[in-house]
Design a binder for this molecule. Structure first.
Ligand SMILES: *Cc1c(COP(=O)(O)O)cnc(C)c1O
Length: 377
């Protein structure tokens, strides 16, 4: 099997699993207890928080809150800011190419009386600072723009948007689920107020993530209960998963410069071969500001479902853009927002690379893509 769907999820690293295992066996304490076993669990949470703080260059560990993943972090950031600031204003700026965790949250708030502006990207899939600037109103309380897009890999000018938001005194959230562990992140330098992370996108476990919340920011709770996470996110902590998150981000950041270069070479090799060998193929999304491990390609005239089916028959796992429920392929809201031709939208597929992707796998995949393009298979 060739696995090229790392933007959907990644394989858990064996080193990460090893570090998690004791917390599923003998170190089973509830981190809130007042005895040695509990202190051990609590210490493990402290270490993971420190690892995450260092990975994103936050100032303090108290700015890191553990969650159940990217979806919860996005929901919390957006609803939490909206509810804490509804007296100040009701306008939120986001983009039309966000993950559903952001889009559906904004849609929910819209029904509650908030007004949402959905910015359109350029043809290259990038949201410009100008677009953000033009959308700002006196009652804007939040700007939420993703760091990098999960479908076509375009990287947004987060530093510019952060600087602008700070100057305007508007809160800035970024869904960094595709960026964390793959691009270097510095929340101080980029003027980020809230940042969402998910462990299973960088070879950590599923069902765990984090929300960075700048110190002093007013954020309403999403989950109430026994006052874990300093009263901001209740529920007994998933200690093994959080330990895995900490170790996975630590390893990813440590290896990032070398690994990003290796993956980027694979990406550029694949794009070059596709363009040279399949004349009518089109690459979607910026080829300059692009995630190291993303190739999104259209074969106009052949539907995504057909390409995916034939890839699957050849033992290659890839996806038709965003991973929808039950593998259903809807028309990509991302490629549609980029105003690409209908033919290109309906024939797009995404390959996303990870730690275990090799050059041989890429070459085999290009061969299979050629078979499909020239109807040999
Ligand atoms: C995967 C993903 C999410 C959702 O994260 P989960 O941990 O799976 O809930 C949110 N945003 C982006 C950009 C993603 O790629």
């Amino acid at each position: 099997m060739i696995y090229l769907d790392n933007a959907a999820t990644t394989r858990l690293r064996p080193e990460v699993l090893q570090i998690m295992l004791p917390y599923m066996e003998e170190e089973y304490g509830n981190a809130s207890g007042g005895y040695a076993l509990a202190r051990s669990a609590h210490g493990a949470l402290d270490r993971a928080r420190e690892q995450l703080k260092n990975a994103i260059h936050a100032k303090k560990t108290r700015e890191i809150f553990f969650t159940s993943g990217g979806t919860e972090s996005d929901n919390w950031a957006i609803k939490g800011i909206a509810y804490a600031n509804r007296q100040k204003g009701r306008h939120i700026i986001t983009s039309a190419i966000e993950h559903h965790a952001v889009l559906e949250t904004c849609g929910f708030l819209q029904k509650e009386g908030f007004e949402i502006t959905y910015l359109r990207p350029g043809k290259d899939g990038i949201i410009s600072l100008d677009a953000v600037r033009e959308a700002v109103r006196p009652d804007t309380i939040l700007i939420s723009i993703m760091w990098a897009n999960n479908e076509m890999g375009a990287i947004n000018p987060i530093g510019q948007i952060g600087k602008f938001a700070r100057q305007q005194g508007i809160c800035f959230h970024t869904d960094a689920v595709q960026a964390a562990g793959h691009l270097s992140i510095n929340v101080e330098q980029e003027n980020i107020d809230l940042l969402s992370i998910s462990a299973h996108k960088f070879h950590g476990p599923k069902g765990v993530g984090a929300l960075y919340v700048r110190e002093g920011l007013k954020l309403e709770n999403l989950i109430n209960g026994g006052a874990q996470e300093r009263g901001k996110r209740s529920g007994t902590e998933n200690v093994p998963a959080i330990v895995g998150l900490g170790e996975a981000i630590h390893l990813a950041v440590q290896e990032l410069p070398k690994e990003a270069e290796r993956i980027m070479k694979l990406r550029d090799h694949m794009i070059k071969r596709i363009l040279n060998e399949i004349p009518n193929a089109r690459i979607n999304g910026s080829t300059i500001n692009r995630l190291p491990g993303n190739v999104n390609v259209s074969l106009p005239g052949i539907r995504s479902e057909i390409i995916l089916f034939k890839m699957d028959m050849a033992g290659i796992a890839c996806s038709g853009g965003s991973a929808c429920t039950a593998g259903a392929i809807g028309k990509s809201h991302v490629l549609t927002a980029m105003e690409l031709e209908e033919e290109r939208v309906s024939s797009a597929i995404r390959f996303s690379f990870g730690l275990y992707t090799t050059l041989e796998e890429i070459d085999q995949t290009v061969e299979q893509l050629k078979n499909i393009a020239f109807l040999k298979n």
